[in-house]
Design a protein around this ligand. Sequence first.
Ligand code: HEC
Ligand code: HEC
Ligand code: HEC
Ligand code: HEC
Ligand code: HEC
Length: 334
Amino acid sequence: MGKKGGLSRTLVVVAVLLVSPWAYPAGEDCGSCHSREQHAWAASRHAQASLNPTFRTAFEAGPRAWCLTCHAPLSATQGAKALAEGVSCEVCHLRGRTVLSARAPTAEALSLHPVVEEPRLRTSDFCARCHQFDVPLRAPMEHADRIVPSGLPAQDTFSEWRASSFAPSTPCQDCHMPAGSHAFAGGHDATLVRKALEVEVRADGATRVLATVRSRGVGHAVPTGDPFRRLRLLLCADVECTRVLGSAVFARGLEPTARAYRVVQDTRIPPPTLQAPSPSRTLEIPLAAPLPPGATWRLVRHHADPRHEPRLPPGEVSLEVARGTLSLPAQPTP
Ligand code: HEC
Ligand code: HEC
Ligand code: HEC
Ligand code: HEC
Ligand code: HEC
């Protein structure tokens, strides 16, 4: 009897696959039933991963098949629509025609599409596939299959997380998919970034300013991701910041070498550890002349390669994180 049941179940599954109205469904097909996920995802950077101006500008400087293996992984086999959809539902949720789910499928789910439980969806490992990779050795990047890793991380987000006190119990999803949200808020989200960073700027003597940025509740370095992500602290003579007196940059500095790149400096805010649960970085800004009265500061996050900034719309270039006024150092009493 068991055998017969097994056979008819197989036939049912085969029949479902053959008559399935959504064979190789595209984004809106999943979205016609999953509108909550569809709406959030459509406004996310994942949905725009191959079309947003920042990526396009960098990609057009040297289009390489390798880039699309993360920015639109299905474009190589599924063409223009998959290219436009970037990191789509299918990229994360389909294996063949089977839907991968983080939890055991309900009967209702199974009646609509084949579903298997894939616990890895809930782990940081799953995100590491794209959020952790080496700078390739200077190899022909138009051949995605011939990329040779250099041993130097271009993006180190997974390793930073693994070294932090958030590992292993708080994976990426806990912070970036709160309540299952598919908005994947990150460095372009003003609310998230402003909540995560605390800034203190103070004069230390007449010609030296110290800028401290502290991170709260971030499971990796700040900024993480691509090396051109950076925080710039500007010291200004006036409120509008028309005259810049000095600046400091919180970032990773890479320098090209004959075969790849090397890290020349790292002034980012490190990930939190048990020893340092609220990590910070203090940078010194030397001044050419004593601070004028009315001096101000602002902290700005830059998203893109500085060489591409003039060609990008302002919203793609930067985000103001915080601003303030600077009190002059107390005059030493004579
Ligand atoms: C970058 C990868 C990624 C993309 C893209 C993505 N998802 Fe998800 N999705 C996940 C992960 C991870 C979970 C599990 C989240 C959790 O349990 O906290 C999930 C969960 C779900 C769930 C289950 C929700 C629940 O209540 O358990 C549905 C339904 C879903 N996704 C649909 C979609 C649809 C539709 C799209 C496209 C519009 C999409 N996903 C795009 C990674 C992704
Ligand atoms: C015809 C409607 C329909 C389409 C099309 C559809 N789904 Fe579903 N899906 C459902 C329903 C209904 C559930 C069950 C919801 C529940 O149990 O809360 C479900 C459940 C899920 C789950 C969670 C598994 C579970 O047991 O709850 C995931 C993940 C999922 N779908 C992903 C997708 C993806 C990805 C696509 C596109 C490739 C897709 N779905 C297309 C209707 C659909
Ligand atoms: C404890 C919460 C937390 C965890 C865990 C966490 N993040 Fe974040 N992440 C944040 C916050 C908050 C920000 C925004 C602040 C900032 O600019 O870094 C952020 C920013 C980002 C950004 C934007 C970076 C940029 O500069 O554009 C990416 C990408 C990212 N996280 C990916 C990940 C991945 C992948 C993991 C898991 C390996 C992860 N995060 C784990 C909280 C977290
Ligand atoms: C198939 C590759 C891929 C996978 C898998 C993936 N991502 Fe991404 N993710 C990207 C790409 C590419 C971008 C940059 C999109 C762009 O061009 O702005 C990105 C951007 C992000 C951002 C937004 C950063 C910003 O600048 O605001 C966050 C947050 C993020 N991913 C989190 C996650 C998390 C959490 C997971 C695992 C559940 C995950 N990603 C899985 C490729 C991927
Ligand atoms: C192994 C996966 C992977 C590959 C390969 C890859 N990227 Fe990315 N890229 C990402 C992820 C993940 C992010 C988001 C991380 C962050 O927020 O800093 C990103 C972000 C970017 C951004 C910033 C997008 C934005 O919206 O601000 C640009 C530009 C970019 N990549 C260009 C490229 C180019 C050009 C190539 C090929 C030379 C490439 N990438 C190859 C994973 C990849």
